[in-house]
Design a protein around this ligand. Structure first.
Ligand code: NAD
Length: 338
């Protein structure tokens, strides 16, 4: 059975596609290679995937009318929809990119799912940012999510609501996953783990917002992939029973996080220890759109799939730094020397 992975040249999509290929599935990877961050990194991820015979890359913008039509004949049975415009801070300056990829794009995937006969399941990415100004920790899927503090968060919540409508009207099995700050090899240059590490090696100052006191439920990529695959294999039943997140249609929502928030300044201390480099820190106030803390209640996912995150932050950071130092920096310096 063929799996369509959108955003396959992105951080999480790359790892999911790789894991699906490793367990013998045929994967169609769709990506537009948007220039939000280093397109060379996205190309490098896609090149890694293309080494597998069962991987087929489609370069297209799924939010454009008709973009998904050529996929109709490819026998897609399951979809992992991870392509999106991410980033909380970027959504303050560039709201239109979120409207395009996250709203028009999500609707295009729902329409594609609706018109794909025999589609077994579509899993899609939401975000911990939907909890916005909520005060009660940890965040649970039953909590209200009516106060997003960034447009990014508002588009992710809107994706969940559009999905609920499609599950209700067309009985399409859908699962939304609220990811909590994912990190690991082949990660994202706009996120703290990458940008701090890059700055440490370059001897550049590191900007710590809110004194580094923000709490994040940093989640290692291997744990995220294990959770996505476990969920993909369990489409919500169309049985009228109440699903996590409150739906009676075949639509479930889960948090997927490490269930252990850590201060950003402690993350930096781990990176310093692992690289053997000392940070030069610039302290800045909290940024608009930022949340003070994220902390996932993962009990719903644990009940449904047995999911438990297996990677403590120190272990994941050691793995991250090894990749950044030995794979990514080596690769960049060999490119630099021709
Ligand atoms: P990413 O930016 O690395 O990957 C997203 C990919 O989607 C990119 O390769 C991009 O080129 C592609 N894309 C964007 N718009 C597209 C379009 N219109 N058509 C085709 N491709 C398009 O991000 P990621 O970290 O891998 O995130 C994957 C998903 O998880 C996203 O939906 C993101 O919002 C969500 N998420 C991620 C995190 C995290 O910590 N990484 C946290 C919460 C939610």
């Amino acid at each position: 059975m063929t799996v369509l992975v959108t955003g396959a040249a992105g951080f999480i999509g790359f790892h999911v596609a790789r894991a699906l290929l490793a367990r013998g599935e045929a994967v169609i990877g769709l990506d537009a290679f948007t220039p939000y961050y280093d397109v060379g990194l996205k190309r490098a991820r896609a090149a890694e995937l293309a080494r597998q015979a069962r991987f087929h890359l489609v370069e297209a913008d799924f939010a454009l009318p008709g973009a998904l039509a050529p996929l109709a004949a490819l026998g897609i049975a399951r979809i992992v929809h991870l392509g999106a415009q991410p980033g909380v801070r970027h959504s303050i300056e560039n709201p239109q990119a979120y409207l395009h990829s996250n709203l028009a794009g999500h609707l295009a995937l729902l329409e594609f799912a609706r018109h794909t006969p025999g589609l077994v399941h579509m899993v899609y990415a939401s975000s911990s940012s939907v909890y916005g100004a909520n005060q009660r920790l940890p965040f649970a899927v039953e909590d209200r999510t009516d106060h997003p503090v960034s447009l990014y968060a508002a588009t992710k919540r809107a994706d969940e609501l559009m999905s609920e409508t499609y599950a209700h009207l067309y009985r399409i099995p859908l699962t939304g996953l609220r990811f909590f700050t994912v990190y690991g090899p082949w990660g994202r240059p706009d996120m703290a783990v990458w940008s701090f590490t890059e700055a440490l090696y370059a001897g550049r100052p590191i900007r710590l917002f809110a004194g580094g006191n923000l709490l994040r439920d940093f989640t290692f990529i291997d744990d995220i992939v294990a959770g996505i695959l476990a969920v993909l294999d369990r489409p919500p039943a169309d049985d009228g029973a109440l699903k996590p997140g409150g739906s009676r249609s075949p639509h479930a929502l889960y948090n997927i996080g490490n269930n252990r928030p850590e201060r950003v300044r402690d993350l930096l201390a781990l990176l310093e220890a692992e690289t053997g480099l000392a940070a030069y820190v610039e302290t800045l106030p909290m940024q608009p759109g930022d949340m003070e803390a994220t902390f996932a209640d993962i009990s719903a996912l644990e009940r449904a799939t047995g999911f438990r995150p297996a990677t403590p932050l120190a272990e994941g950071i050691a793995c991250w730094v090894a990749w950044y130092r030995d794979v990514w920096r080596t690769r960049q310096s060999s490119k630099g020397t021709g």
